[in-house]
Design a protein around this ligand. Sequence first.
Ligand SMILES: *[C@@H]1O[C@H](CO)[C@@H](O)[C@H](O)[C@H]1NC(C)=O
Length: 274
Amino acid sequence: MHLTSLLNAASLLVAGCFILPFSVADVAVRPIPSIPALGNLHDLAGLSELPPAVCPTVRSCQPTAVLHRCCSPVNGRLVLAQQWTPKLGRADQFTIHGLWPNTCTDGMTGKHGCDAKRNYPKIGEIIQKADPMLFNHMQMSWPSDRGDSPAFWQHEWEKHGTCLSTVEPACQKNAAPYSDVVSYFRMVLGLHRTYDVYAALKTAGIVPNGTYKRADMEMALNKAWNVRAILRCSGRRLKEVRLWFHMQGTDQFVPTSPLHASSSCGESVEYPAK
Ligand SMILES: *[C@@H]1O[C@H](CO)[C@@H](O)[C@H](O)[C@H]1NC(C)=O
């Protein structure tokens, strides 16, 4: 797949930039130019077969940086979605919806994820076996409102987890089977613990069982992390809060604002008790 995309990229370059503008005679006498530096070397840089021994801790989606896909996520804007669902999870905690690697232009990756070969069956069992503590935390923090949490995790892994290049098995030395799955879910749990939306709202005096101005809720989240968070509603009710991140290296997250997303809430938002 990598080789194919290199060839595609190279032939596009050649076709687009060099051969077409010249006559056949020109081509015969002109030396074939070397491939020039591109604005986006990200994909090309990911083509070398082995990950570097040490990754530079570069911010994802930096246009000028040469980033290996193992060192920095190709889909380098990550969206952490946290849900507020009455009766689901702790009364003082948003639960996890998912961590979605968006493209660097903040587009969603495909509906069917990024690597069908890694749509492993029985994700719940894989996690339970590899890391029982992680499994327990996920049952608390990442429950499904439809009752089948492992099916929810399965969906999130297939559609989103397979799009995080840095955890691919080829990027991990002596990767144990399913280390990509375990790395992804550990990462999401860690991020959820760090970016505590309930606490950020509470600091601003915004607690459940009340109706608040959307602007005040957004301001509270902006105060906490200095970025624009996106509120999602079902009718007037708060349903979800989304936060965007770049990655710094392979394991640090830096909050950033979304490029396109907008709120689905009105000016006044119900924040129901759980
Ligand atoms: C929510 O607020 C209402 C009225 O302010 C109160 O009667 C009710 O007990 C509260 N419910 C919870 C779960 O705190």
